[in-house]
Design a protein around this ligand. Structure first.
Ligand code: CP
Ligand code: NVA
Length: 303
């Protein structure tokens, strides 16, 4: 049994295997075929935060694969005084074949996984968002035909999505550049972790957004205040305003694709002109969440 709590729970070889299954399922889906690889299987989704893409892409993936899903929001009492996380995980494992969890604190998903007897998949925590990064790099691969040697420039807050992309890029032989004010770059503990996990990876941090995007195959941004950081919003908007991905910045990388995990705060981290412009692949990225999670579920469960 495997849990996918952080991107590095998968090796480069395993990511490539998941991408191959995803591609096959995507091709069939586009041709109007559903491959029922998971008949009778049930996926439970336990979410402490709002979601459109992660929830619906996982539920659609299970439906297309011939399985089913159940969504558990706040009323299920997860991570509350109603019952312990361990009891919750032990009991839910009796009903479900796998669990996707979106939690406020990363440690909550770790505690759920420690108690669960079925695979637990991280559907976003404050620390990372592995499924997002997998779909993003799959999207880039579809555009360029390969990923090794390419640069992904992440402009903005060095957050959960940025951390996940840094790891997946490092695993797959890509260069990752984070352009952010010093206070919004990675913390020392994560830098140390990257160094020991990926000693040969090229992971660069800079305050210079223009230098970061030059030569990049993909320019990525995300909201400046993530879910749970609402109280810091005004300060973050002020601190990060020089890091907006706008038409002037994208002029330095005319061949790059523009990526965003969504939801976006238009007019803050990205302008309408860029997110709706010819370089943007944001809708395709969101669509690929479903294809790649089908690959992940089939890889995890259809053995
Ligand atoms: N990108 C993403 O995870 O979107 P949701 O928060 O809508 O799931
Ligand atoms: N960084 C964002 C990503 C949302 C998909 C958040 O955590 O709110």
């Amino acid at each position: 049994m495997r849990h996918i709590l952080v991107p590095e729970d998968l090796s480069a070889h395993e990511i490539e295997a998941i991408f191959a299954i995803s591609k096959d399922l995507e091709t069939k889906y586009t041709a109007g075929t559903r491959d029922a690889l998971l008949p009778g299987r049930m996926l439970a989704l336990v979410f402490e935060k709002p979601s459109l893409r992660t929830r619906v892409s996982f539920e659609a993936a299970m439906a297309h694969l011939g399985g089913s899903s159940v969504f558990l929001g706040e009323d299920a009492g997860f991570a509350s005084s109603r019952e312990s996380i361990a009891d919750f995980g032990r009991v839910l494992s009796e009903y479900a074949d796998a669990i996707v969890c979106r939690s406020k604190a990363h440690d909550t998903i770790e505690r759920l996984a420690a108690a669960a007897s079925v695979p637990v998949i991280n559907g976003l925590s404050d620390y990372c968002h592995p499924c997002q990064a997998l779909a993003d790099i799959y999207t880039l691969k579809q555009h360029v035909g390969r990923v090794a040697g390419l640069t992904l420039a992440f402009v903005g807050d060095g957050n959960n999505v940025a951390r996940s992309l840094a790891v997946v890029c490092g695993l797959l032989g890509m260069r990752f550049v984070l352009a952010a004010p010093k206070a919004y770059q990675f913390d020392d503990a994560f830098r140390k972790h990257l160094k020991s996990l990926l000693p040969n990876a090229e992971i660069v941090e800079t305050t210079d957004a223009v230098a970061a995007v030059k030569g990049a195959a993909a320019v990525y941004t995300d909201v400046w205040a993530s879910m749970g950081q609402e109280k810091e919003r005004a300060k973050r908007l002020e601190d990060l305003k020089a890091y907006q991905v706008n038409e002037a910045l994208m002029k330095h990388c005319p061949d790059a694709i523009f990526m965003h995990c969504l939801p976006a705060r238009r007019g803050e981290e990205v302008t309408d002109g860029v997110i709706d412009g010819p370089q943007s692949v944001v809708v395709e990225e969101a669509a690929n969440r479903m294809h790649v999670q089908k690959g992940l579920l089939a890889w995890l469960l259809a053995k």
